[in-house]
Design a protein around this ligand. Structure first.
Ligand code: 5RP
Length: 231
């Protein structure tokens, strides 16, 4: 008997079933999305399903090229039918923390261009309060990034850390920016307020809070089953 898929794989396979031929598809980033892309490519091969993908990262674009998934830019396809992406945390109001892979800026632009957004997750990512299990990523301009970090720290709500590579250099996003990972001692009390406050700091490019951008959550379980939550 075949092994049951992992929770992330199960979520990816389930999301691929939502795709119809002719769909303009926003393609998120991360390990769960990689399973979705595999399942999508399988359907394209077996069923002749045709889609055009708009990738949110270089990583995703490269995987699509390997799998033979046709791609377009957001300039070529400015309106997206369906976006499939992962998340680092999901709260009961379908608000998300994203950016663990550093792709939050393009992910947010693509999600905002999408008519429908499906978020796929493995276990342990549904939380009562955002910021309790994961640091909040904030994309910032390299110019003055330590001053920007200081301004974020001065808000008094979190401790911001510059994300580094293994070599100890600042991690650089696909857009040439840096990431501050922000630790909240007791989670984020008011995500809307925090988003507004952080966005006002000069040099903050994007905040990894996705507050009104998710319609469906598909969560994979240990036994290969999935739970689908609809807003
Ligand atoms: C990348 C993201 C990812 O979607 C998020 O980090 C989840 O990743 P994974 O599916 O590998 O757990 O926001 O910027």
């Amino acid at each position: 008997m075949a092994d049951s898929p992992s929770p992330k794989q199960a979520a990816g396979i389930a999301a691929a079933k939502h795709v119809k031929t002719g769909t303009i598809l926003g393609l998120g980033t991360g390990s769960t999305v990689a399973f979705f892309l595999d399942a999508l490519a399988e359907r394209m091969k077996k069923e002749g399903l045709q889609v055009i993908g708009v990738p949110t990262s270089v990583e995703t674009a490269e995987k699509c090229k390997e799998l033979g998934i046709p791609l377009a830019t957001l300039e070529e396809q400015p309106v997206i039918d369906l976006v499939v992406d992962g998340a680092d945390e999901v709260d009961p109001e379908f608000r998300l923390i994203k950016g663990g892979g550093g792709a939050l800026l393009r992910e947010k632009i693509v999600a905002a261009a999408g008519t429908k957004v499906i978020i796929i997750i493995g276990g342990g990512k549904r939380v009562d309060r955002l910021g309790t299990t994961f640091l909040l990523p904030v994309e910032v301009l390299p110019f003055g990034y330590l001053s920007i970090r200081e301004r974020v720290a001065q808000l008094g709500e979190c401790k911001p850390y510059v994300r580094n590579t293994e070599a100890g250099e600042p991690f650089v996003t696909d857009n040439g920016n840096y990431i501050l990972d922000c630790r909240f001692e007791n989670g984020i009390a008011d995500p809307n307020q925090l988003h507004a406050t952080l966005s006002q700091i000069p040099g903050v490019i994007e905040v990894g809070l996705f507050l009104d951008l998710c319609h469906i959550v598909i969560e994979g379980g240990d036994d290969g089953t999935v739970v689908t939550l609809q807003r």
